[in-house]
Design a protein around this ligand. Structure first.
Ligand code: G6P
Length: 739
């Protein structure tokens, strides 16, 4: 609207100015035209009545002449008419002749400027013509025209002018605003396309691409200046990839070793019917980190939780992974049942998980769990020390399971660069301060050189929490915290996925996936499908999602039997009562809704409570018409990004909760409030009706963004920041030594 006003206001002002200047000129012109017409008329009348006047004058019958004039003056424009036989005579005239007109001073009416006189009844035009008769050789005819009709016309003209300019202003404003809006949209799309390295039109001609490349580089440079982000040359040229990460490790980090620590391991060995199977866990963290580790090798330390994990490791509890083509080392850490119960189920998932997510589940804090948490963090710190081949490795600590680990690593390896990434939201200081070990947790995290969150909002919350709860110096300009003489940088690194993701190399065409999935669930080929993929976790809003499907069928019963929703739900943390209850509630909701809308045809909701490998999940993404992600609160949510990556056909609609980090990056998704079932149902309806061209347009923008802002960029930016920090540290040390 502001953009439109910027055009409309000056336009209307200019047009009003023009109208103001033009009106008197037009008025003047109209008067002149009418005067000229009346003059011609006066000539005509004089010529026509000449003979009659001559005869009546000759006959010496002034009364008849007056009668004759009175007849002519019946015409509405003729006000009066008179005959002056000489300058000394009294005019023979109709009664209407103004007294100001006498035969003695007729000459003044022969001047153009003297022709118009003002009388109490209005303006009059006086025209004098010679009319000689035998008796009066100096005779003159005086014709007085009523000018009031000219004024009426002029007022009318002014009114027309006003309407004309008003209409003109409206039309020109409309056209201008429409063009401005289109150009603005085009410009925004063009800029985004440029930033993604495409041309303004798709597909971009090579020449056009080259032409716009400098502008794209300038824009990227500008963005980097604003965000203070550094980017290596090859990422700038070809986008972020595994090669970029290798380049950073080689050039900036001089092949320094990288150690990753997380609770969840990237590969689990499970004993199934006496045979060992390799499983990939349903974890956003693993999805993001695994491609990075495949690229940069190094060591990944994680809890060995698979039933056959111990059987496959070497005597140092290590194994090369991925199993079919080892690229890095997985070091497994074993936990007793008691440790797992206290550290993983207890403090991590009954305490910190609900504490950080606003999902209205009350956190539980037990002192015994805290003790296990401290002990297990110490165990992992020992594992880092064991695995480190140098005194200053780069250690990437993952998530809320290891809040104490950064400080512990710093104690054993003071020269290490510890980069911690918190994969879940960080709450506001009031919410966080209910944790009995709030200070210990903050103290532990501030052992990191860099601490990362998905969004700026979470960075702000963290810094506010530190400011409120610790004796630390917070610099909000550089976003650093100085605590115990050490500096921690708090940065935003939005996590993402590999691009293209691994399953896309082997997946079937979209049409085949559509057929296979529908056949698998005995659905007709034309059945419309929605898909949800989550761990069975109360933060994911699965119950709310089903409520939205139910609401859709209530509001638009025409979808019953034509649309089904498939929910893939990976069982998760089932050792926790809250999760067990959640699973029961989800199952009950499906039964209830399916019974309610049972019409003998395809079910409303198909719930698949089991683990699915990534290639199976991608098959569902590709078979679906829409993907519905409605977490009640989520750090990022990679399912949203995976769905986009899966749709190389540029079809399908993403419905996304406003409470995910992903919603900040993907405004082209249909953004919804998961608590508002009417709004979600309306979004489902709109998604099912969305025309193909709109799906394509939205998909292109979102796929372009995720393709560029992929997981290599996420990791690459952290590694570059770590490298700068190390270089700065080295420089300071050297200058300190020199002093
Ligand atoms: C979230 C957490 C991860 C965790 C994943 C799966 O994404 O941030 O740390 O790995 O959920 O949960 P799980 O408890 O099965 O590892």
């Amino acid at each position: 609207m502001r953009l439109s006003l910027r055009f409309i206001v000056p336009l209307v002002l200019v047009l009003a100015g023009v109208a103001y200047a033009v009106l008197p000129v037009a008025d003047n012109l109209t008067v002149r035209w009418f005067v000229r017409d009346l003059e011609i008329r006066a000539n005509l009348v004089a010529n026509t009545i000449h003979e009659s006047v001559r005869e009546l004058d000759q006959a010496g019958q002034p009364e008849r002449l007056v009668q004759f004039f009175a007849k002519i003056a019946e015409d509405e424009r003729t006000y009066a008419i008179a005959f002056c036989s000489s300058a000394a005579a009294r005019p023979v005239a109709t009664a209407t002749l103004p007294s100001a007109i006498t035969c003695a001073d007729l000459d003044r009416f022969t001047q153009p400027e003297g022709q118009i006189i003002q009388t109490p009844t209005g303006r009059l035009l006086v025209s004098v013509r010679p009319l000689a008769t035998d008796r009066s050789p100096d005779g003159r005819l005086v014709m007085v025209h009523d000018m009031s009709f000219v004024e009426r016309r002029s007022a009318e003209t002014r009114r027309y002018f006003f309407y004309f300019f008003a209409a003109l202003a409206a039309i020109v404003s409309l056209i201008t605003v429409a063009i401005a809006q289109l150009s603005w949209r085009g410009w925004v799309q063009g800029t985004r396309a440029l930033l993604r390295g495409e041309g303004l039109l798709r597909p971009a001609a090579e020449a056009q691409r080259r032409e716009f490349q400098p502008i794209a580089s300038d824009l990227r440079e500008l963005i980097r200046d604003i965000t203070g982000e550094r980017q290596p040359r090859d990422a700038e040229r070809a986008g972020w990839s595994g090669a970029t990460i290798r380049g950073i490790l080689h050039d900036e980090l001089r092949e320094q070793e990288v150690i990753v620590v997380s609770n969840r391991e990237p590969y689990l060995h499970e004993c199934v019917d006496g045979a060992i199977e390799v499983h990939r866990p349903a974890s956003g963290l693993v999805t993001a980190l695994e491609p990075i580790m495949r690229t940069c090798s190094g060591t990944w330390i994680a809890h060995g939780s698979g039933s056959a994990d111990r059987e496959v490791v070497d005597r140092h509890d290590r194994i090369g992974v991925p199993p079919d083509n080892p690229a890095y080392r997985l070091r497994r850490v074993w936990l007793t049942e008691e440790e797992e119960a206290g550290y993983y189920y207890g403090l991590s998932n009954e305490g910190l998980w609900p504490l950080c997510h606003i999902a209205h589940v009350r956190p539980i804090f037990r002192a015994a769990d805290w003790e296990q948490y401290v002990a297990v963090n110490r165990r992992f710190a020992q594992a880092v020390a064991d695995e480190a081949a140098s005194a200053d490795p780069i250690v990437l600590v993952q998530d809320y399971h290891f809040a104490l680990l950064p400080r512990m690593i710093r104690e054993t390896l003071p020269a290490a660069t510890v980069v911690t990434f918190w994969h879940i939201p960080w709450p506001n200081p009031e919410a966080f301060s209910i944790c009995p070990w709030r200070q210990e947790l903050l103290d532990g995290l501030l052992g990191s050189s860099i601490l990362g969150f998905h969004t700026q909002f979470h960075c702000n919350n963290f810094v506010d929490t530190v400011d409120r709860l610790l004796e630390a110096r917070v610099d909000r300009e550089t976003f650093t915290v100085s605590y115990r003489g050490e500096l921690t940088a708090v940065n935003r690194y939005p996590i993402s996925i590999e691009w293209p993701p691994l399953p896309m190399h082997t997946t079937r065409p979209v049409d085949a996936c559509r057929l296979i999935v529908r056949a698998r669930h005995q659905l007709p080929p034309e059945q419309l499908l929605g898909v949800g993929v989550d761990r069975l976790d109360y933060t994911k809003g699965i119950e709310e999602r089903f409520r939205a499907v139910e609401r859709l069928f209530e509001r638009q019963p025409e979808w019953i039997g034509r649309f089904s929703f498939i929910q893939i739900a990976a069982p998760s943390r089932s050792g926790i009562e809250e999760y067990r209850q959640y699973q029961a509630r989800v199952r009950a909701a499906v039964d209830r809704i399916n019974r309610r809308f049972d019409h003998g045809g395809p079910p409303a909701i198909i719930l698949l409570v089991s683990h699915h490998e990534p290639d199976q999940v991608y098959e569902y993404y590709r078979a679906a018409d829409l993907c519905f992600v409605n977490s009640l609160h989520d750090g990022m949510n990679l399912v949203a990004k995976e769905f986009l990556a899966a749709r190389d056909d540029e079809r399908g609609v993403l419905i996304l909760s406003q409470f995910t980090g992903a919603a900040r990056e993907l405004p082209e998704a249909m953004i919804v409030n998961p608590y508002d079932s009417d709004q979600c149902a309306a979004a489902l309806n709109a998604a099912l009706l969305m025309p193909e061209h709109e799906q394509r347009a939205r998909m292109r923008l979102m796929r372009g963004l995720v393709g560029e802002f992929n997981v290599y960029r996420w990791a690459g930016r952290m590694l570059i920041d770590a490298a700068s920090m190390r270089n700065r540290g080295r420089l300071l040390k050297r200058s300190g030594q020199a002093e």
